[in-house]
Design a protein around this ligand. Structure first.
Ligand SMILES: [Zn+2]
Length: 403
Protein backbone atom coordinates (compact mmCIF):
# COMPACT_ATOMS: atom_id res chain seq x y z
CA UNK A 1 0.00 0.00 0.00
CA UNK A 2 1.33 3.44 -0.88
CA UNK A 3 2.28 5.62 2.05
CA UNK A 4 -0.44 8.20 2.29
CA UNK A 5 1.42 11.12 3.83
CA UNK A 6 4.83 12.64 3.57
CA UNK A 7 6.62 10.72 6.27
CA UNK A 8 10.15 10.70 7.53
CA UNK A 9 11.29 7.69 9.50
CA UNK A 10 14.28 8.00 11.75
CA UNK A 11 16.00 5.37 13.82
CA UNK A 12 15.81 5.70 17.56
CA UNK A 13 18.98 4.54 19.28
CA UNK A 14 19.45 0.78 19.17
CA UNK A 15 15.75 0.09 19.18
CA UNK A 16 14.54 1.49 15.85
CA UNK A 17 15.61 1.02 12.24
CA UNK A 18 14.54 2.07 8.76
CA UNK A 19 13.23 -1.39 8.06
CA UNK A 20 12.02 -3.93 10.56
CA UNK A 21 13.04 -6.74 8.20
CA UNK A 22 16.56 -5.34 7.90
CA UNK A 23 16.74 -4.92 11.67
CA UNK A 24 15.86 -8.58 12.19
CA UNK A 25 18.69 -9.66 9.83
CA UNK A 26 21.42 -7.23 10.93
CA UNK A 27 20.73 -6.62 14.54
CA UNK A 28 18.59 -9.23 16.24
CA UNK A 29 17.10 -7.61 19.32
CA UNK A 30 14.78 -10.39 20.51
CA UNK A 31 15.69 -10.97 24.14
CA UNK A 32 16.53 -14.40 25.43
CA UNK A 33 14.02 -16.50 27.36
CA UNK A 34 11.12 -15.03 25.42
CA UNK A 35 8.20 -17.37 24.86
CA UNK A 36 7.19 -17.01 21.21
CA UNK A 37 3.57 -17.59 22.20
CA UNK A 38 3.55 -14.33 24.14
CA UNK A 39 5.04 -12.15 21.41
CA UNK A 40 2.57 -9.59 20.11
CA UNK A 41 0.62 -10.91 17.11
CA UNK A 42 -1.45 -7.85 16.25
CA UNK A 43 -0.70 -5.58 13.31
CA UNK A 44 0.56 -2.17 14.38
CA UNK A 45 0.56 0.49 11.66
CA UNK A 46 0.71 4.25 11.84
CA UNK A 47 0.00 5.91 8.53
CA UNK A 48 1.00 2.79 6.61
CA UNK A 49 4.25 2.22 8.52
CA UNK A 50 4.37 -1.12 10.30
CA UNK A 51 5.97 -1.29 13.72
CA UNK A 52 7.30 -4.73 14.68
CA UNK A 53 7.13 -6.25 18.19
CA UNK A 54 9.96 -4.94 20.37
CA UNK A 55 10.54 -1.96 18.09
CA UNK A 56 10.55 1.76 18.85
CA UNK A 57 10.00 3.94 15.85
CA UNK A 58 9.98 7.69 15.37
CA UNK A 59 7.58 8.85 12.66
CA UNK A 60 6.82 12.32 11.34
CA UNK A 61 3.13 12.34 10.50
CA UNK A 62 2.15 15.07 8.05
CA UNK A 63 -1.01 16.82 9.15
CA UNK A 64 -0.98 20.10 7.23
CA UNK A 65 1.11 22.55 5.21
CA UNK A 66 2.60 25.95 6.00
CA UNK A 67 2.45 29.24 4.07
CA UNK A 68 5.85 28.22 2.63
CA UNK A 69 4.33 25.08 1.04
CA UNK A 70 6.32 22.93 3.49
CA UNK A 71 4.85 20.03 5.45
CA UNK A 72 3.61 20.48 9.00
CA UNK A 73 4.35 17.14 10.61
CA UNK A 74 3.79 15.81 14.10
CA UNK A 75 6.53 13.76 15.83
CA UNK A 76 5.04 10.40 16.80
CA UNK A 77 7.05 7.81 18.73
CA UNK A 78 5.62 4.31 18.74
CA UNK A 79 6.99 1.90 21.33
CA UNK A 80 5.67 -1.58 20.60
CA UNK A 81 6.16 -4.13 23.34
CA UNK A 82 7.22 -7.72 22.76
CA UNK A 83 4.01 -8.95 24.22
CA UNK A 84 0.39 -8.37 23.31
CA UNK A 85 -1.50 -5.81 25.32
CA UNK A 86 -3.51 -2.61 24.99
CA UNK A 87 -2.52 0.32 22.76
CA UNK A 88 -2.35 3.66 24.56
CA UNK A 89 -1.68 7.21 23.44
CA UNK A 90 -0.06 9.98 25.45
CA UNK A 91 -0.34 13.43 23.89
CA UNK A 92 1.06 16.81 24.93
CA UNK A 93 0.90 20.42 23.72
CA UNK A 94 -2.52 20.18 22.06
CA UNK A 95 -2.36 23.77 23.27
CA UNK A 96 0.95 24.90 21.77
CA UNK A 97 2.20 26.87 24.79
CA UNK A 98 1.49 24.12 27.36
CA UNK A 99 4.93 22.56 27.28
CA UNK A 100 5.18 20.72 30.62
CA UNK A 101 3.72 17.60 28.99
CA UNK A 102 6.57 17.57 26.46
CA UNK A 103 9.00 16.74 29.26
CA UNK A 104 6.69 13.96 30.51
CA UNK A 105 6.51 12.42 27.02
CA UNK A 106 10.30 12.77 26.62
CA UNK A 107 10.82 10.72 29.79
CA UNK A 108 8.38 8.08 28.54
CA UNK A 109 10.11 7.80 25.15
CA UNK A 110 13.46 7.09 26.76
CA UNK A 111 12.43 5.11 29.82
CA UNK A 112 9.72 2.76 28.56
CA UNK A 113 11.55 -0.37 27.40
CA UNK A 114 9.73 -2.41 24.71
CA UNK A 115 11.19 -5.59 26.26
CA UNK A 116 9.23 -4.86 29.42
CA UNK A 117 6.12 -3.49 27.71
CA UNK A 118 2.95 -5.45 26.94
CA UNK A 119 1.10 -3.61 24.21
CA UNK A 120 1.94 -0.41 22.38
CA UNK A 121 2.57 3.13 23.57
CA UNK A 122 2.09 5.97 21.08
CA UNK A 123 3.73 9.13 22.41
CA UNK A 124 3.23 12.56 20.84
CA UNK A 125 5.17 15.34 22.61
CA UNK A 126 3.78 18.18 20.46
CA UNK A 127 0.37 17.86 18.81
CA UNK A 128 -0.16 21.52 17.90
CA UNK A 129 2.98 22.30 15.88
CA UNK A 130 1.96 25.79 14.59
CA UNK A 131 0.98 26.85 18.14
CA UNK A 132 4.20 25.40 19.56
CA UNK A 133 6.36 27.32 17.05
CA UNK A 134 4.56 30.55 17.96
CA UNK A 135 4.35 29.66 21.68
CA UNK A 136 0.62 30.17 21.41
CA UNK A 137 -2.35 28.12 22.61
CA UNK A 138 -3.93 28.34 19.15
CA UNK A 139 -3.65 27.18 15.57
CA UNK A 140 -3.63 29.81 12.80
CA UNK A 141 -6.86 31.87 12.60
CA UNK A 142 -7.05 31.71 16.41
CA UNK A 143 -8.61 28.24 16.37
CA UNK A 144 -8.35 26.09 19.49
CA UNK A 145 -7.46 22.58 18.25
CA UNK A 146 -9.02 21.13 21.40
CA UNK A 147 -12.48 22.20 20.21
CA UNK A 148 -12.33 20.50 16.80
CA UNK A 149 -11.97 16.75 17.50
CA UNK A 150 -12.75 14.27 15.96
CA UNK A 151 -12.32 16.63 13.00
CA UNK A 152 -13.40 16.53 9.36
CA UNK A 153 -11.47 15.35 6.29
CA UNK A 154 -12.62 18.33 4.22
CA UNK A 155 -13.16 20.81 7.05
CA UNK A 156 -11.30 23.95 8.17
CA UNK A 157 -7.57 23.84 9.05
CA UNK A 158 -8.20 22.76 12.66
CA UNK A 159 -10.74 20.10 11.66
CA UNK A 160 -8.35 18.61 9.10
CA UNK A 161 -5.49 18.36 11.60
CA UNK A 162 -7.82 16.90 14.23
CA UNK A 163 -9.16 14.38 11.68
CA UNK A 164 -5.69 13.09 10.75
CA UNK A 165 -4.61 12.70 14.36
CA UNK A 166 -7.87 10.99 15.23
CA UNK A 167 -7.73 8.64 12.24
CA UNK A 168 -4.03 7.74 12.42
CA UNK A 169 -3.50 7.59 16.17
CA UNK A 170 -6.48 8.01 18.50
CA UNK A 171 -8.87 5.57 16.78
CA UNK A 172 -6.19 2.83 16.95
CA UNK A 173 -5.88 3.06 20.73
CA UNK A 174 -7.67 1.38 23.64
CA UNK A 175 -7.22 4.33 25.99
CA UNK A 176 -5.35 7.61 26.25
CA UNK A 177 -3.91 10.39 28.39
CA UNK A 178 -3.83 14.01 27.22
CA UNK A 179 -1.34 16.27 29.05
CA UNK A 180 -2.11 19.95 29.66
CA UNK A 181 -1.12 22.89 31.88
CA UNK A 182 -3.15 25.84 33.11
CA UNK A 183 -3.91 28.59 30.59
CA UNK A 184 -1.54 31.59 30.32
CA UNK A 185 -1.35 33.59 33.56
CA UNK A 186 -2.53 30.70 35.74
CA UNK A 187 -0.91 27.90 37.74
CA UNK A 188 -2.58 24.53 38.39
CA UNK A 189 -2.20 21.91 41.08
CA UNK A 190 -1.38 18.58 39.37
CA UNK A 191 -4.77 16.91 38.97
CA UNK A 192 -6.69 14.64 36.62
CA UNK A 193 -9.92 15.46 34.79
CA UNK A 194 -12.27 12.89 33.35
CA UNK A 195 -15.82 11.64 33.00
CA UNK A 196 -16.01 9.64 36.22
CA UNK A 197 -19.37 8.13 35.22
CA UNK A 198 -17.42 6.07 32.64
CA UNK A 199 -16.02 2.96 34.42
CA UNK A 200 -12.82 2.75 32.38
CA UNK A 201 -12.11 6.50 32.66
CA UNK A 202 -12.60 6.09 36.41
CA UNK A 203 -10.01 3.30 36.52
CA UNK A 204 -7.49 5.37 34.55
CA UNK A 205 -8.07 8.51 36.63
CA UNK A 206 -7.73 6.68 39.95
CA UNK A 207 -4.55 4.94 38.79
CA UNK A 208 -2.86 8.27 37.92
CA UNK A 209 -2.60 8.88 41.67
CA UNK A 210 -3.27 12.60 42.03
CA UNK A 211 -4.97 13.94 45.17
CA UNK A 212 -7.75 15.63 43.18
CA UNK A 213 -9.77 14.15 40.34
CA UNK A 214 -12.19 16.59 38.73
CA UNK A 215 -15.30 14.91 37.37
CA UNK A 216 -16.40 16.59 34.17
CA UNK A 217 -17.68 15.07 30.93
CA UNK A 218 -15.44 17.47 28.97
CA UNK A 219 -16.13 20.16 26.39
CA UNK A 220 -17.54 19.31 22.99
CA UNK A 221 -14.72 18.89 20.47
CA UNK A 222 -12.07 18.29 23.14
CA UNK A 223 -9.74 15.35 22.58
CA UNK A 224 -10.65 13.63 25.84
CA UNK A 225 -14.42 13.91 25.35
CA UNK A 226 -14.47 12.89 21.69
CA UNK A 227 -11.95 10.06 22.16
CA UNK A 228 -14.00 8.70 25.08
CA UNK A 229 -17.17 9.02 23.01
CA UNK A 230 -15.49 7.12 20.16
CA UNK A 231 -14.67 4.21 22.51
CA UNK A 232 -11.16 5.27 23.55
CA UNK A 233 -11.51 6.21 27.25
CA UNK A 234 -9.27 9.21 27.87
CA UNK A 235 -8.22 11.27 30.87
CA UNK A 236 -6.58 14.67 31.02
CA UNK A 237 -3.69 15.62 33.30
CA UNK A 238 -3.53 19.32 34.24
CA UNK A 239 -0.46 20.68 35.97
CA UNK A 240 1.76 23.73 36.18
CA UNK A 241 1.77 26.79 33.96
CA UNK A 242 2.36 27.64 30.31
CA UNK A 243 5.80 28.23 28.86
CA UNK A 244 7.65 26.57 31.76
CA UNK A 245 9.17 23.22 32.61
CA UNK A 246 8.93 22.03 36.19
CA UNK A 247 10.85 18.88 37.16
CA UNK A 248 8.51 18.38 40.13
CA UNK A 249 5.45 18.46 37.89
CA UNK A 250 6.91 16.44 35.02
CA UNK A 251 8.09 13.88 37.60
CA UNK A 252 4.55 13.61 38.99
CA UNK A 253 3.13 13.35 35.45
CA UNK A 254 5.63 10.69 34.43
CA UNK A 255 4.92 8.58 37.54
CA UNK A 256 1.19 9.03 36.91
CA UNK A 257 1.40 7.79 33.31
CA UNK A 258 3.58 4.82 34.35
CA UNK A 259 1.09 3.99 37.10
CA UNK A 260 -1.79 4.01 34.56
CA UNK A 261 0.17 1.79 32.14
CA UNK A 262 0.85 -0.62 35.03
CA UNK A 263 -2.82 -0.62 36.06
CA UNK A 264 -3.75 -1.55 32.47
CA UNK A 265 -1.30 -4.46 32.50
CA UNK A 266 1.22 -2.86 30.13
CA UNK A 267 4.04 -2.61 32.68
CA UNK A 268 4.95 -4.35 35.93
CA UNK A 269 3.03 -2.93 38.86
CA UNK A 270 4.83 -0.87 41.46
CA UNK A 271 2.66 -0.62 44.56
CA UNK A 272 4.28 2.61 45.75
CA UNK A 273 1.57 5.31 45.92
CA UNK A 274 2.50 8.86 46.76
CA UNK A 275 -0.72 10.89 47.03
CA UNK A 276 -1.69 11.42 50.70
CA UNK A 277 -5.37 11.14 49.71
CA UNK A 278 -7.54 10.99 46.63
CA UNK A 279 -10.93 12.63 46.21
CA UNK A 280 -13.28 13.03 43.28
CA UNK A 281 -14.53 16.60 43.02
CA UNK A 282 -17.80 17.28 41.22
CA UNK A 283 -18.07 21.01 41.77
CA UNK A 284 -15.50 23.76 41.38
CA UNK A 285 -15.58 27.51 40.75
CA UNK A 286 -13.34 30.43 39.93
CA UNK A 287 -13.35 33.10 42.63
CA UNK A 288 -13.17 36.44 40.85
CA UNK A 289 -12.00 39.90 41.86
CA UNK A 290 -14.71 42.49 42.52
CA UNK A 291 -12.24 45.39 42.55
CA UNK A 292 -9.37 46.59 40.41
CA UNK A 293 -5.89 46.92 41.87
CA UNK A 294 -2.75 45.04 42.85
CA UNK A 295 -3.24 41.50 44.06
CA UNK A 296 -1.56 40.15 47.21
CA UNK A 297 -2.43 36.44 47.30
CA UNK A 298 -1.96 34.42 50.52
CA UNK A 299 -2.66 30.93 49.15
CA UNK A 300 -1.17 28.47 46.68
CA UNK A 301 -2.37 25.41 44.74
CA UNK A 302 -3.01 22.47 47.07
CA UNK A 303 -4.00 24.57 50.11
CA UNK A 304 -7.11 23.53 52.04
CA UNK A 305 -9.22 26.66 52.55
CA UNK A 306 -12.28 27.10 54.75
CA UNK A 307 -15.35 29.22 54.01
CA UNK A 308 -14.71 32.79 55.18
CA UNK A 309 -10.88 32.49 55.23
CA UNK A 310 -9.00 35.50 53.86
CA UNK A 311 -7.20 34.28 50.76
CA UNK A 312 -5.69 37.59 49.70
CA UNK A 313 -6.19 41.32 49.29
CA UNK A 314 -6.51 43.86 46.51
CA UNK A 315 -4.37 46.95 47.16
CA UNK A 316 -4.40 50.38 45.58
CA UNK A 317 -1.18 52.00 44.24
CA UNK A 318 -0.65 53.69 47.66
CA UNK A 319 -0.41 50.26 49.29
CA UNK A 320 -3.75 50.54 51.10
CA UNK A 321 -6.10 47.54 51.16
CA UNK A 322 -9.08 48.11 48.89
CA UNK A 323 -10.73 44.80 49.77
CA UNK A 324 -9.90 41.50 51.47
CA UNK A 325 -10.89 38.45 49.42
CA UNK A 326 -12.74 35.74 51.37
CA UNK A 327 -13.19 32.10 50.37
CA UNK A 328 -16.90 31.61 49.55
CA UNK A 329 -16.73 27.86 50.30
CA UNK A 330 -14.53 25.18 51.83
CA UNK A 331 -12.27 23.31 49.45
CA UNK A 332 -8.86 22.65 47.91
CA UNK A 333 -7.25 25.30 45.73
CA UNK A 334 -6.57 23.68 42.35
CA UNK A 335 -5.55 26.79 40.42
CA UNK A 336 -4.39 30.36 41.03
CA UNK A 337 -3.68 33.39 38.89
CA UNK A 338 0.00 34.25 38.44
CA UNK A 339 -0.87 37.79 37.30
CA UNK A 340 -0.34 40.46 39.98
CA UNK A 341 -3.06 42.85 38.76
CA UNK A 342 -6.84 42.62 38.89
CA UNK A 343 -9.88 44.30 37.42
CA UNK A 344 -13.47 43.35 38.31
CA UNK A 345 -14.00 39.81 37.00
CA UNK A 346 -10.36 38.62 37.03
CA UNK A 347 -10.22 34.94 38.03
CA UNK A 348 -8.12 34.72 41.22
CA UNK A 349 -8.37 31.16 42.52
CA UNK A 350 -9.98 27.98 41.26
CA UNK A 351 -11.55 26.23 44.23
CA UNK A 352 -12.60 22.56 44.23
CA UNK A 353 -15.43 22.30 46.77
CA UNK A 354 -15.19 19.63 49.46
CA UNK A 355 -18.30 18.52 51.36
CA UNK A 356 -18.63 14.84 52.29
CA UNK A 357 -14.92 14.23 51.75
CA UNK A 358 -13.71 17.14 53.93
CA UNK A 359 -13.20 15.07 57.12
CA UNK A 360 -11.30 12.42 55.14
CA UNK A 361 -9.02 15.06 53.58
CA UNK A 362 -8.38 16.70 56.98
CA UNK A 363 -7.47 13.31 58.53
CA UNK A 364 -5.19 12.45 55.61
CA UNK A 365 -3.42 15.82 55.73
CA UNK A 366 -2.91 15.50 59.52
CA UNK A 367 -1.45 12.01 59.02
CA UNK A 368 0.83 13.28 56.23
CA UNK A 369 1.96 16.20 58.45
CA UNK A 370 2.71 13.79 61.31
CA UNK A 371 4.67 11.48 58.97
CA UNK A 372 6.61 14.45 57.58
CA UNK A 373 7.45 15.62 61.13
CA UNK A 374 8.58 12.10 62.10
CA UNK A 375 10.76 11.96 58.97
CA UNK A 376 12.29 15.36 59.84
CA UNK A 377 12.96 14.27 63.43
CA UNK A 378 14.61 11.08 62.21
CA UNK A 379 16.82 13.06 59.83
CA UNK A 380 17.74 15.46 62.67
CA UNK A 381 18.64 12.56 64.98
CA UNK A 382 20.77 10.93 62.25
CA UNK A 383 22.57 14.24 61.67
CA UNK A 384 23.24 14.66 65.43
CA UNK A 385 24.55 11.09 65.66
CA UNK A 386 26.87 11.65 62.68
CA UNK A 387 28.33 14.86 64.15
CA UNK A 388 28.80 13.12 67.56
CA UNK A 389 30.66 10.24 65.88
CA UNK A 390 32.80 12.73 63.97
CA UNK A 391 33.70 14.54 67.19
CA UNK A 392 34.53 11.21 68.91
CA UNK A 393 36.82 10.22 66.01
CA UNK A 394 38.62 13.59 66.23
CA UNK A 395 39.15 13.16 69.97
CA UNK A 396 40.52 9.61 69.46
CA UNK A 397 42.79 10.84 66.67
CA UNK A 398 44.16 13.62 68.91
CA UNK A 399 44.63 11.17 71.80
CA UNK A 400 46.53 8.81 69.44
CA UNK A 401 48.83 11.65 68.37
CA UNK A 402 49.66 12.76 71.94
CA UNK A 403 50.61 9.23 73.04
ZN1 LIG B 1 -4.68 22.96 27.61
Amino acid sequence: MAIRYNLLMVSHGQRGSASSQKQKEDNPVEPELIDSQTVSQFECKISGIEIAPGETRAILLKVSESFLSTAISIPVTVIRGWRDGPTAFVTAAVHGDEINGIDIVRRLMFEVDPKKLSGTLIAIPVVNIPGFLEQSRYLPYHRDLNRFFPGKKKGNNAERIAWKIFKEVISKCDFGIDLHTAARGRLNLPHVRGDMSHPMVRTLARAFDTTIIMHHKGLRGSLRKEATRAGVPTILFEAGETGKFSHRISGAGFRGVISVLAEMGMLKKDEKKEAPFQVIVKSSEWIRAEKGGILDLDVKPGDLTYKGDTIGSVLNPFGKTVVEIKAPATGIIVGVTTEPLTIPGTGIIHLARLKKTLAFVERSLRRRKRLDEEKMNLKRRQKDLKSKLKKKKLVLKKAGRTK
